[in-house]
Design a protein around this ligand. Sequence first.
Ligand code: NDP
Length: 248
Amino acid sequence: MTKRVAFVTGGNGGIGSAICRELASRGHQVVAGYFPPEKESAEAWQKQMHDQGFSIALAAVDVSSFTDCERAVGEVTEEFGSVDILVNCAGITRDGTLKKMPEENWSAVMATNLDSAFNMTRHVINGMLDRGWGRIVNIASVNGQRGQFGQANYSAAKAGMHGFTMAVALETAAKGITVNTVSPGYIATAMTEAMPENVLESIVNSVPMRRMGKPEEIADAVAWLSSEANAYTTGANIPVNGGLFTSH
Ligand code: NDP
């Protein structure tokens, strides 16, 4: 297997951690992007990964900033070589119904969840085109496919992310690059585990498989999409949601 350089934004988050572990276990040089103010907790996370047997590098990057992504990609390229695999996983929620949504909650979610895909991809795409190989995986959400009460910002950003996937897939298909979206349903992470038990129960009851997904189940899909084996699937939106939402 060819060893690749994989940059995973939000790499130290719940789903990002599983993606980093899976890509590292496949022999890649994994770089986990973390939100710059969280240096201390990112370093603690890195040690935790190391203790579990995974050697993962860190890169500070604010994905909502085009220039910060340019700096981070430049530094990663200098240290490890060109980025071959990009996983855009960083994301936030700022929920609330539209009638009460402050403008900053719209802007923050669009910047972190949608602009981020452009901000990161723009700085790796020319290298991938030059080398004739690349894998880009965008982590969207089931709520970008079906909409969700109280998430006009998040649903719009995640739906937009897949529009970006489809267009970039077409622009790069002839050059050895695949670009795909993974849309998770409800995934058990520290964030969802902190929810009240009755809320969790109603979520689980709404899922045809009657359970939350595991971060590893997202990581498996990402790992396959970013592998050599996936040379022919591009522009796809892969649902990993326990049957919560199905579509053509
Ligand atoms: P986490 O909050 O655990 O992970 C999100 C990561 O993004 C964190 O590491 C966070 O850093 C980072 N981040 C936030 N803002 C920025 C920024 N401006 N620049 C760089 N990094 C940033 O959430 P999950 O692991 O659950 O989610 C991962 C992705 O999966 C997200 O895109 C989310 O929308 C999506 N998703 C999750 C689902 C779920 O059920 N968990 C369902 C569907 C989609 P920090 O914590 O330090 O701020």
